[in-house]
Write a protein of this length. Structure first.
Length: 276
């Protein structure tokens, strides 16, 4: 039996631990084959660094997709994250339409912002495009800022986490894992809406009081790997929350600057051995 194959459509940021530099090692550790389709190449991510380079890969993307199509490549999952331009969002929609087969899991991490602010490279047009792209997903993984943008609400005007995920589920058709949700003091995690069961359920771990960059990408990558392994949504979200918590604990102890992301590398062993 071949191992699961995942097309990962994110940027490649050379330094700072996010997007593909997180998705590739995590999905490999989880026993899946991760095929990267880079959206842009940056020297660093855009959070906390000045003067980063940004090479837009939009023109390359359709050529890569066409070559993969000519090879008749098939994917068990398509997983998208940070995108570099409006046109690129349309290309990812086309990629999903061209490569999705019955049984292909489509995970869209609607990366647009955090802490109530939209990321520097995201224009209003891109945010509107992201809302459209997310409609094609089986599972979306917004943080609270992205949930507000998807629902067209001001940040801070979101209903309860349970109601937010139900509203984001498009009438129960799409699963939602809302990240950064605290259900009680000192705890954090996610609120999940599982389109398979129609139920909302929270997963929580204790909170490490420290800010980290790139934890959304770590969370969504573990979630994608676990779903492809066949775990149910809340089990996959719990594994992701525990892994992020372990990374956060280690990184806080090392007192790493926030912009360097979380020190997940020594913890990859926690994710191996879970498949087939
Ligand atoms: O972690 C999300 C992310 C991904 N990629 C790039 C980013 C960010 C967030 O700032 O800048 C390039």
């Amino acid at each position: 039996m071949p191992i699961p194959r995942i097309a990962a459509i994110h940027d490649l940021s050379g330094f700072g631990r996010c997007s593909l530099t997180v998705a590739l090692p995590i999905l490999s550790a989880m026993g899946t084959q991760c095929c990267p389709l880079p959206t842009a190449f940056l020297s660093t991510h855009t959070g906390g660094f000045q003067g980063f380079t940004f090479l837009d890969m939009t023109n390359e993307m359709p050529k890569v997709a066409a070559h993969w199509k000519s090879l008749n490549l098939q994917f068990d999952a398509i997983y998208s994250g940070f995108l570099g331009s409006v046109r690129q969002i349309g290309l990812v929609e086309k990629f999903i339409r061209d490569f999705r087969q019955p049984g292909t899991l489509t995970v869209v991490d609607p990366v647009m912002g955090d802490h109530g602010e939209v990321y520097r490279t995201y224009t209003p047009d891109m945010c509107a495009g992201m809302v459209r792209l997310a409609r094609l997903a089986d599972v979306i993984t917004p943080n609270l800022t992205e949930a507000a943008l998807l629902l067209g609400l001001p940040f801070g005007a979101l209903p309860s986490p349970g109601e937010t995920v139900e509203r984001l589920s498009l009438g129960g058709r799409r699963s939602v894992v809302l990240t950064g949700v605290s259900m009680s003091p000192g705890m954090t995690g996610a609120m999940c809406f599982d389109a398979k069961t129609g139920r909302a359920e929270a997963v929580q771990t204790d909170y490490i009081a420290h800010e980290f960059h790139g934890t959304g990408d770590v969370f969504a990558s573990v979630l994608t790997g676990a779903l492809v392994q066949g775990r149910k949504l809340t089990d996959a979200a719990m594994l992701s929350a525990k892994f992020v918590r372990a990374c956060a604990e280690r990184t806080a102890a090392a007192d790493l600057p926030m912009r360097e992301g979380v020190e997940f590398e020594p913890l990859l062993g926690y994710l191996t051995g879970g498949t087939r």
